[in-house]
Design a protein around this ligand. Structure first.
Ligand code: GLU
Length: 491
């Protein structure tokens, strides 16, 4: 289909941090580029001077790097192509395929009000398409400055074969009239600049979100007017929330931005997997859900993308996160946690040998969703249990109730006695200790026996495997925490 070689692009606007949807579109481009050995061009569409910020440029580049999305050309900057854009505007003007429009915003508003009253589609009514020289001069004499509009062709519909959605057509009358391509100050607008830049980069396949369908219908006639080859288009479904709202930073905050996932210590492989799997599945003979983007690209094709909206499902995301943590070795998790500064609250982890640290991570990692959980006291995968005694003054209700049971004191004082003569811990010693404790207290294994120990150790009735936990904590720490809890119970 792409004899001269596939050329793809991702052109985010640096007017905000990297959006999950843009990251997903970039991934689909990346997968296709890798599969068919295409060239992937990264362009920053920074022509909106007020809203484009260098901090967002950094955020977008870092986001792509974090996800492992690399590109072959760029980052190009649309703002550097100004002279070229101006040249094409002039060519269109010369060929009468574009024209000056002097309508004021009040006039445009009046047009809309009249259309609304007649229940017509709202938009510009192309009234300045054929102004005479004299009319233009009269407007100029009034001090008006024109915008440049592109003359949409007089055809009923604009059609193309979409690589995801199949045959597509948009009614020309739904496009809001001839689009503005350059503002009064000469700044060009997206629908025009994107065509020039995509053409100049020889892009032959445009993959983007389905919110651009109408834009595509505005862009195709510009290619035609310039007699440029029209690329293939592929519109991928948008990411929606469970109540079918478009996922937006303004409305849904942090979950829409890749930077949030970086900060929280998510695994990029989990985010990639989640984003790809939102609209694509491995071929059925190899139907696996957990995969890396390197595994996916060997099978990826646009025609297999789903046409229905992708729904952001936090539970599903967490599932992918856990799956990917399970795939990583303890060494790898520890290294990433350290490098990302996710162990700061667990400073005392340094008290443990490297081998013990790895045991700790092995014990906790399968419950991890993100690396910041390691230092979050509220998380079941928190490492704080290894680093500090629980705050007994601030226990949760379940833990408080547990310590109020009459057996709690019995369990802890018998444990305290047994610890006096216990040898240093090994998993076998801990196991024996718990069996002795069951005998001494007459309590069977279960809540009554284990929960008070868990609360004394971690402040929580739930947690990692008790034998492994106590073994790593070792005898001295356990003794200290049991004594502290007994003291607390005396008060
Ligand atoms: N700058 C546009 C955006 O971020 C690019 C859309 C396109 O791919 O053409 O939405």
């Amino acid at each position: 289909m792409f004899e001269s070689g596939l050329r793809l692009r991702i052109p985010p606007s640096p007017t905000g941090s990297l959006h999950l949807g843009t990251a997903r579109t970039a991934l689909y481009n990346w997968l296709l580029a890798k599969r068919f050995k295409g060239v992937f061009v990264f362009r920053l569409e920074d022509t909106d001077r007020e809203r484009s910020k260098s901090e967002f440029v950094t955020d977008i580049i870092e986001g792509f790097k974090w996800l492992g999305i690399d590109w072959n050309e760029g980052p190009l900057r649309q703002s550097e192509h100004k002279a070229r854009h101006q040249m094409v505007v002039n060519q269109l003007l010369d060929k009468s395929l574009a024209y000056e429009c002097f309508c004021s915003s009040e006039e445009l508003e009046q047009i809309r009000i009249a259309q609304r009253a007649l229940n017509k589609v709202e938009g510009y009514d192309n009234r300045h398409r054929n102004l005479t020289k004299e009319q233009k001069e009269a407007f100029r004499a009034e001090g008006r400055k024109p915008v440049i509009r592109f003359k949409l062709p007089n055809k009923a519909e604009i059609a193309w074969t979409d690589l995801v959605r199949g045959k597509m057509s948009v009614n020309a009358s739904d496009l809001g009239g001839d689009p503005v391509i350059a503002k009064e100050n000469g700044d060009v607008l997206y629908n025009f600049a994107v065509v020039v830049d995509d053409h100049d980069s020889a892009i032959n396949c445009v993959i983007r979100g389905e919110d651009h369908l109408h834009n595509t219908a505005k862009q195709i006639p510009i290619y035609e007017a310039m007699e440029w080859e029209i690329p293939k288009f592929a519109h991928v479904p948008l990411i929606l929330t469970a109540n079918r709202e478009k996922l937006s930073k303004r409305k849904h905050g942090d979950i829409a931005s890749i930077s949030n996932y970086i900060k929280a210590g998510y695994l990029p492989e989990a985010i990639n997997n989640y984003l790809i799997a939102m609209s694509w599945q491995f071929p059925s003979d190899n139907n696996k859900e957990v995969f890396t983007k390197e595994e996916a690209f060997k099978y990826f094709d646009l025609k297999d993308l789903s046409k229905s909206a992708a729904i952001y499902d936090p539970l599903k995301l967490n599932w992918f996160c856990k799956e990917h943590f399970q795939r990583l070795s303890a060494e790898e998790v520890l290294a990433r946690a350290k490098a990302g500064g996710f162990l700061e609250l667990s400073n005392n982890l340094e008290e443990y040998s490297k081998e013990e640290q790895l045991q700790i991570i092995s014990l906790m990692k399968d419950g991890l969703i993100k690396l910041s959980d390691l230092s979050n006291p509220a998380s079941a995968a928190s490492l704080l249990v290894f680093c500090q005694a629980p705050n007994l003054q601030d226990l949760n209700q379940e833990a408080k109730n547990c310590l109020q049971e009459p057996e709690a004191k019995l369990v802890l004082s018998e444990l305290n006695n047994l610890l006096e003569t216990s040898p240093d811990f090994s998993p076998e010693i801990v196991q024996k200790l718990l069996i002795n404790l069951a005998e001494k207290t007459g309590l069977k294994k279960g809540k009554k026996l284990f929960w008070p120990i868990r609360v004394a150790v971690s402040g929580n009735v739930h947690g990692a495997d008790l034998v492994s936990l106590l073994n790593i904590l070792n005898k001295n720490r356990l003794q200290e925490r049991v004594k502290a809890t007994l003291q607390y119970l005396e008060i």
